[in-house]
Write a protein that binds this ligand. Structure first.
Ligand code: RB5
Length: 148
């Protein structure tokens, strides 16, 4: 599993925690920024991660900003991306099983690092359930074909 990760200034501290955690889990990742405290624009960091995941170069992506909202909106504009904004463990499991999400977005200003790391682990480890959910994901792809 190869994970692409990025954050804006509102999510950079949590990004660093997640990187340490992925290392402890022996999960390979690449950091697409940002590195600084200065104010940056979250779409500039969502885009490279979304493109790397959409192209298949990376299996999954993790995006962090202050709320996770801006990152998730931007990532979902890229064809092939299903990005879920998640702040609880139930949704982390459900969005992998039901939506086959390939990017996880979280807000550093919304949750603490303990919960965030639990969410990362569950989201990384949970497989897509397929079955009736496959049909629904296919319908999402049909919407992409129509509008993107
Ligand atoms: C930056 O202040 C903040 O707007 C950003 O991190 C994010 O929360 C946007 O959705």
């Amino acid at each position: 599993m190869k994970v692409a990760i990025a954050a804006d200034h509102g999510g950079v501290k949590l990004k660093e925690e997640i990187k340490k955690y992925l290392t402890s889990l022996n999960i390979s990742f690449e950091d697409f920024g940002c590195e600084c405290d200065a104010s940056v624009d979250y779409p500039d960091y969502a885009l490279p991660v979304a493109e790397k995941v959409a192209s298949g170069e990376f299996d999954r992506g993790i995006l962090v900003c202050g709320t996770g909202i801006g990152m998730s909106i931007a990532a979902n504009k890229v064809k092939g991306i299903r990005c879920a904004l998640v702040h609880d463990t139930f949704s982390a499991k459900a969005t992998r099983e039901h939506n086959d999400t390939n990017i996880l977005a979280m807000g550093e200003r919304v949750i603490g690092p303990g919960l965030a790391l639990d969410i990362v682990k569950i989201w990384i480890e949970t497989e897509f359930a397929g079955g009736r959910h496959e049909r629904r994901v296919e319908k999402i792809k049909e919407i992409e074909q129509k509008w993107m």
